[in-house]
Design a protein around this ligand. Structure first.
Ligand code: PTJ
Length: 228
């Protein structure tokens, strides 16, 4: 935050996430692993997959996002709720220092608009989220997740809160901490890359996001029961 990558509101969002991380035992649970396989399959089958990055994701898992981008050959786009061109540039150059190639969505290049969003998050890059069919949206707010789905895009959320609007609106929601979920997604992508398209399709068609979110909640309850 002191470097300007994360906004003060991001610390509150971080605290919300941490609270959920405690009640799932700070480890990746089976429902998240199932969602990760479906997410990797979706990303590998996409024509234009894009990884959307905000301040919190860059600060928590910048290098991990760069690794995922290389694993699935997907571009990274900076997309900020509290948008300023200074922050966009700061985050893009931070990611480049970590090994990212071109980072989309900076300044005038974010010239497309997602309909139905009031925040400056509606501005997207026509080379990235603008033409994407699958978008990874870690630590996202509900409005944009809903708007991207309305625009016909498939979305993969990473959100520790299984009750959030983002988790419910996404096509696939990974209920886990970004610091564990993104490396797991990279590993799953390398594993699934070797599979046939029909197997990838099965990972996606067998996955029901609503049922998986219910499993996440049940796994949290089970964990808490151990303490009760
Ligand atoms: O960098 P900007 O300007 O784009 O701003 C980003 C923030 C995070 C401030 C903005 O997107 C925001 O306020 O988000 P919300 O609405 O608080 O949503 C964040 C969601 O991510 C919440 O449901 C949190 O539980 C969840 N979350 C927080 N930390 C983590 C997390 N999920 C996974 N891993 C985390 N480490």
């Amino acid at each position: 935050m002191s470097e300007g990558i994360v906004v003060p509101q991001g610390l509150i969002a971080h605290g919300r996430g941490e609270a959920f991380d405690y009640i799932l035992g700070e480890e990746t649970l089976p429902a998240a692993t199932a969602a990760t396989s479906a997410a990797a399959a979706l990303l590998l089958m996409a024509e234009h997959p894009v990884l959307s990055v905000n301040g919190n994701t860059a600060a928590l898992a910048g290098k991990e996002i760069v690794n995922l981008s290389a694993a699935i050959s997907a571009p990274i786009e900076v997309n900020l709720f509290h948008r300023t061109s200074k922050r966009e540039r700061l985050i893009a150059s931070y990611l480049k220092r970590l090994g990212a190639g071109d980072v989309l969505g900076v300044g005038k290049s974010a010239s497309s608009t997602i309909r139905g969003i009031a925040s400056s998050r509606r501005q997207t890059d026509p080379r990235g989220i603008g033409k994407a069919d699958v978008v990874l949206i870690p630590l996202e707010d509900g409005d944009r997740a809903e708007a991207l789905s309305r625009d016909g895009k498939k979305t993969i959320a990473i959100d520790l809160n299984p009750l959030s609007r983002t988790s419910r609106a996404a096509s696939v929601s990974i209920v886990d901490n970004v610091i564990r979920a993104i490396p797991a997604l990279t590993q799953a992508s390398y594993r699934l890359k070797k599979m046939r398209r029909t197997s990838l399709e099965r990972f996606v068609s067998d996955f029901d996001n609503q049922r998986n979110l219910e499993s996440s909640v049940r796994e949290m309850i089970e964990y808490l029961r151990g303490w009760a």
